[in-house]
Design a protein around this ligand. Structure first.
Ligand code: MIC
Ligand code: SF4
Length: 644
């Protein structure tokens, strides 16, 4: 039996475990990326491991999230990361150079390689035929040290693309269609592999839009083959030397098969407050809008910007609408400046922002109260925009630009004929904003520059023999990491300071939680399905760790967050019978005897609800390696032990 493309790359990189479906396998990581909001912690963890130089083929530290600099904290973090990068062999992409995923795609991605990044949208580089996976900062730190990255050999889903997109229908609509069909839980434990004749009609940035939002399906990653289109993109970036042709074997067998006929798709939007709440623009109707934001790692390529410029050319943004545009990288912005696209966008009255994440992570541009905001981004979780009752719709750049002019949600097909938008034969390549590391010989002279906001990794404790603790919080289904550890302009600057950021833990759900948890000393959180979906931020595990959370009991977990809990030494427990969820109330005292033995032996665990005088069963399915991690009190301790 032949192999799928994902299997070929994974197999070639497997360094630990048997390459069998369902098994945990350790894969060698060729490249890593970090961004600044998760990067400081990742580098603090890397430093704690005591390794001098990174052991990957390429590690890059990007500054793109925390660029608002409303106080000293962001700039201190940038300086810290720059100094760590210089000392330890890491390339440093300076603030202003662009969003990590866009820049990585342009300048570092390579077909057939493995990449992990401390950001959930790392799968963007799947558009380049890479196995690119989002992970917690600690996993990235371990990979930088040459350690394997562990995943459960996932199911491989084949999404076959047939036909060709109609004018004004975009790559964004392809992934919105998939979200509509299989939901934000549909990709958990799976890799999405694209095949079919429709692929050849999609450019690399369009493929990257699709793989980027595979994160919203909960998928481990998404991947496109490496073909002539890939070669063309690499040639235009002056990097054709890294190209290799890659595709699945003709007789590859997939676990699931989905067909999307590109010709039948129409412009769509994900309605508030979930990326899978997808409707067609026609279905939603001509809704009046307040704001439009174009950019983010999903839709900020040159191709996207050329379309936007064409639509805005000679027009004026509707008087009731604020339009913000953030091009994805310095390369994109530079080329727009040179080819006149930027002048068209400015001329129409757009508010041009720097090449960074910006509004996508609530760093400015929060909509007005109850405001309707169309965004080309990937997440529309409640409150993420910075306005609690803001109504965010996720759309393509084509829908966004047409609507900004019209003042209402507009179907871009009303614009009539669409010209052919082509990527240039040569991109303006200038890596002057990427600082190279010091040579290994000069590295010892580099001083690490720490600001007062940069605090240590929280203290962890080994797994206890038994646990009796109160349920400090009970939450519902689809809790996102934006609920657990919100971001935005006020909170993001505290990412290097766990004690300070912990004061905002679960602020969206229950502002009293941090004080309550701290006063309890130790506690347990109870939740519903798909707990921890969204971001890779390990802060959603480190803040609960700091607040004394020992276990999280839920109906099901999202992949990266479950891994982050294990890495932090917090037990991820799942109800055997989901109906037990209804029997627990916040404040109940829960007790588990022989906890350590049951976890180590992989047994079903009985939890006594002392308050209600009832009991229920939970499971904790861990590989032997994960058991070792949990027993030590987390991956940092485990790695230090194993490095001895
Ligand atoms: C996001 O889109 O939520 C972020 C901000 O990029 C996060 C990372 C973070 O929280 O720093 C992600 O997606 O992993
Ligand atoms: Fe940045 Fe938004 Fe992409 Fe996250 S999703 S990396 S915040 S642009």
């Amino acid at each position: 039996m032949g192999l799928t493309l994902a299997e070929k790359i994974l197999k070639a990189h497997t360094v630990d475990g048997e390459f069998v479906k369902g098994n945990e396998i350790g894969i060698k990581i060729d490249q890593t990326l970090t961004q600044d909001a998760t990067g400081t912690m990742a580098y603090i963890e890397f430093e704690a491991m005591g390794i001098d130089q990174v052991r990957t083929e390429r590690s890059v530290a990007y500054i793109d999230h925390n660029t608002l600099q409303s106080g000293f904290e962001n700039a201190d973090d940038h300086r810290f990361i720059a100094s760590v990068a210089k000392k330890h062999g890491i390339y440093y992409s300076r603030p202003g150079n662009g969003i990590c995923h866009q820049v990585h795609l342009e300048r570092f991605s390579a077909p057939g390689k493995t990449l992990i990044g401390s950001d959930s949208h790392t799968p963007t580089c799947g558009g380049m035929g890479m196995i690119a996976i989002g992970a917690g900062g600690l996993d990235v730190a371990v990979a930088m040290g040459g350690g394997a990255y562990y995943i459960t050999y996932p199911k491989i889903v084949n999404v076959e693309l047939t036909g060709k997109l109609q004018p004004w229908v975009a790559a964004k609509d392809v992934i919105l269609e998939l979200l509509r069909r299989i939901s934000v839980k549909g990709g958990v434990g799976k890799i999405i592999e694209y095949t079919g004749e429709g692929i050849a009609t999609l450019s690399v940035p369009e493929r990257a839009t699709i793989t980027n939002m595979g994160a919203e399906l909960g998928a481990t990653t998404s991947i496109f083959p490496s073909d002539d289109v890939t070669l063309g993109f690499l040639k235009a970036q002056g990097r054709e030397d890294v190209w290799v042709p890659l595709a699945a074997d003709a007789d590859a067998e997939y676990d699931e098969h989905i067909v999307i006929d590109l010709s039948t798709l129409a412009p769509m939007a994900a309605c508030p407050h979930s990326p899978d709440n997808v409707k067609s623009i026609t279905e939603i109707g001509k809704m009046k809008i307040d704001q439009v934001c174009i950019g983010s790692c999903t839709n900020s390529s040159l191709l996207d910007m050329l379309k936007v410029a064409y639509i805005l050319d000679g027009k004026t943004v509707h008087p009731d609408v604020s339009l913000a545009v953030s091009p994805g990288s310095k390369q994109v912005l530079n080329m727009m400046a040179e080819n006149g696209a930027l002048a068209k966008i400015i001329g129409a009255g757009a508010r041009v922002l720097e090449s960074a994440c910006g509004p996508c992570i609530g760093m400015g541009q929060s909509p007005n109260s109850g405001g309707i905001s169309l965004r080309t981004f990937n997440r529309n979780f409640e409150g993420r925009s910075g306005t609690k009752d803001g109504q965010v719709y996720l759309v393509s750049p084509e829908v966004a630009a047409a609507s900004a002019i019209a003042g209402y949600l507009c179907d871009p097909r009303e614009l009539g004929n669409m010209p052919e938008f082509k990527l240039p034969e040569k991109f303006a390549v200038n890596d002057n904003m990427i600082t190279l590391p010091a040579s290994p010989e000069a590295a010892h002279e580099v001083e690490i520059l720490r600001g007062p906001n940069i605090k240590e990794y929280p203290i962890t404790t080994p797994l206890a023999d038994s646990l009796t603790a109160d349920c400090s919080l009970k939450v519902g289904d689809n809790i996102t990491t934006d609920h657990i550890m919100p971001a935005g302009a006020k909170i993001l600057p505290l990412r290097s300071n766990i004690p300070a950021i912990s004061k905002h833990c679960f602020a969206v759900c229950d502002e009293a939680f941090p004080d309550r948890a701290l006063s309890l000393g130790k506690s347990i959180i109870v939740g519903g399905v798909n707990y921890g979906q969204g971001s890779s931020r390990e802060h959603a595990a480190l803040a609960p760790l700091y607040l004394g959370v020992k276990a999280v009991i839920v109906k099901s977990f999202a992949r990266i967050h479950r891994q982050n809990l294990i890495n932090a030494g917090i037990l991820p427990l799942e109800f055997v019978d989901a109906s037990a969820y209804d029997t627990i109330e916040q404040g109940d005292t829960l007790s588990i005897e022989c906890l350590k033995d049951s976890v180590m032996n992989g047994e079903i665990i009985t939890v006594k609800n002392i308050t209600k005088n009832t009991e229920f069963k939970v499971k904790c399915e861990l590989s032997d390696r994960m058991k070792g991690v949990i027993a030590c009190g987390g991956l940092l301790e485990y790695t230090k032990e194993n490095l001895k």
